[in-house]
Design a protein around this ligand. Structure first.
Ligand SMILES: *Cc1c(COP(=O)(O)O)cnc(C)c1O
Length: 399
């Protein structure tokens, strides 16, 4: 590493709050599926800023759309309409199959809105304020209080108690464990169709179908957090479409703006008509013209580049190549995930392997201590997969 890069890292450690143990690399710019550090060293990127930069870096059409919007209007208030928000909302409705959109700045904020909508829906039915939400163990919904309260990982919550009340946790893919927690007061069941941070664990179709039936029977809202697994990552625009189980409320973010901060919570017309109303929820930045111009362009480019087709073509190849790696090493115990959202489970911490891979020109990331997560740009090719596997194997062998 150059002295210059080391200086950036030293300065960062003096100025930034130390809430991340960062890998020792200062990223400078990107092009396609490659990133470059401040020394000009090139890296193949299999993280995409954690499932964000789906279209690859330095995309001219995307960059130009943003530049045009910067010259027109970057921000205005939600008290006025703006064209990019209208366009993005229409396209997002079509892509998601949902009916009503509220734009946020992040995934956590989208989940905050989803929780508020569910509570308001229940409140309008009985006038009570003691409604309960069932979330899942090992889930991840974000770091703000509402989102953290439904995050099924004690490590993230403990020091920050008390959380918002009336939340209980069931086991993903264990329908009985959900049933055990349902009461007269249950207003929502909330989960990721494919758990991301929790370890790349897909919900089973059977589990989701049973949840849907339960929720229909009891007028409980089914909330899907598609912040990570949405936007094409599973080979469908949204994972619910893969399973054929439609939620009442859905959240999205990460790849929606491909790097410009934007998320959204969406709902069916029925929930939209009987939950949040004027004055109930708001945001200064959410849905601003610049962020919406990004989402609008991203949704166009998904079609233009046939992103879903590419995911469906490349993902089975990635799975096959990862399975081959797993078969070579007895300390790799499992591969799991869906499409371009994969994890290799090790019987030991993976941070040293990831550091070695970065040294060898491959950006990877963990999910928990023992899992290497693969969430590459959705435009990767089979050749990119082969290159990744070569560096991964080399890095493991050097350990
Ligand atoms: C990343 C993530 C979030 C939080 O999104 P932020 O934009 O970081 O607030 C919420 N849910 C899931 C499933 C995520 O992967």
């Amino acid at each position: 590493m150059s002295k210059e890069m080391q200086n950036y890292i030293d300065d960062a450690e003096k100025a930034l709050l130390h809430t991340y143990n960062r890998y020792q690399i200062v990223l400078d710019h990107g092009d396609g599926v490659y990133l470059y550090d401040t020394d000009g060293k090139k890296y193949l990127d299999f993280v995409a800023g954690i499932a964000v930069f789906a279209l690859g870096y330095n995309n001219k059409e995307y960059n130009d759309a943003l530049k045009r919007q910067i010259d027109k209007l970057i921000h205005t208030s939600n008290y006025y309409y703006n064209v990019p928000a209208v366009e993005a909302a229409k396209k997002l409705k079509r892509a998601s199959g949902m009916d009503r959109v509220f734009f946020t700045n992040s995934g956590a904020e989208a989940n905050e809105g989803a929780i508020k909508a569910a509570r308001k829906y229940a409140y309008l039915k009985d006038g009570c304020t003691d409604h309960e939400i069932i979330a899942m163990n090992h889930s991840f919904h974000g770091r703000t209080y509402g989102a953290l309260s439904v995050t099924g990982n004690k490590k993230y919550r403990e020091a920050f108690e008390p959380m918002i009340g009336n939340i209980s946790f069931a086991e993903l893919n264990d329908f009985e464990s959900v049933l055990d927690r349902v009461t007269e007061k249950t207003c929502a069941v909330m989960l990721e169709p494919v758990q991301g941070e929790g370890g790349l664990i897909p919900a089973s179709e059977d589990f989701l179908k049973k949840l849907r039936a339960l929720c229909d029977e009891r007028d409980i809202l089914l909330i899907f957090d598609e912040v990570q697994c949405g936007m094409g990552r599973t080979g469908y625009m949204y994972a619910w479409q893969r399973y054929g189980v439609k939620p009442d409320i859905m959240t999205t973010a990460k790849a929606l703006g491909c790097g410009v901060p934007i998320g959204a919570f969406l709902m069916t017309e029925h929930v939209g008509q009987s939950s949040l109303a004027a004055g109930d929820h708001g945001t200064t930045y959410g849905g601003n013209p610049l962020a919406c111009a990004a989402a609008d362009k991203v949704l166009d480019l998904f079609e233009e580049y046939r992103v879903l087709e590419n995911v469906r073509e490349v993902a089975p190849y990635l799975e096959k190549r990862l399975d081959e790696v797993m078969a070579e090493y007895d300390f790799i115990t499992e591969r799991r995930g869906v499409a371009l959202m994969q994890g290799l489970v090790f019987d030991r911490p993976v941070a040293p392997i990831i550091s070695k891979a970065i040294e060898n020109g491959l950006i990877l990331i963990n999910a928990g201590a023992n899992i290497i997560r693969f969430v590459p740009p959705l435009v990767i090719t089979k050749q990119n997969v082969d290159d990744m596997i070569d560096i991964l194997v080399k890095s493991i062998n050097e350990m």
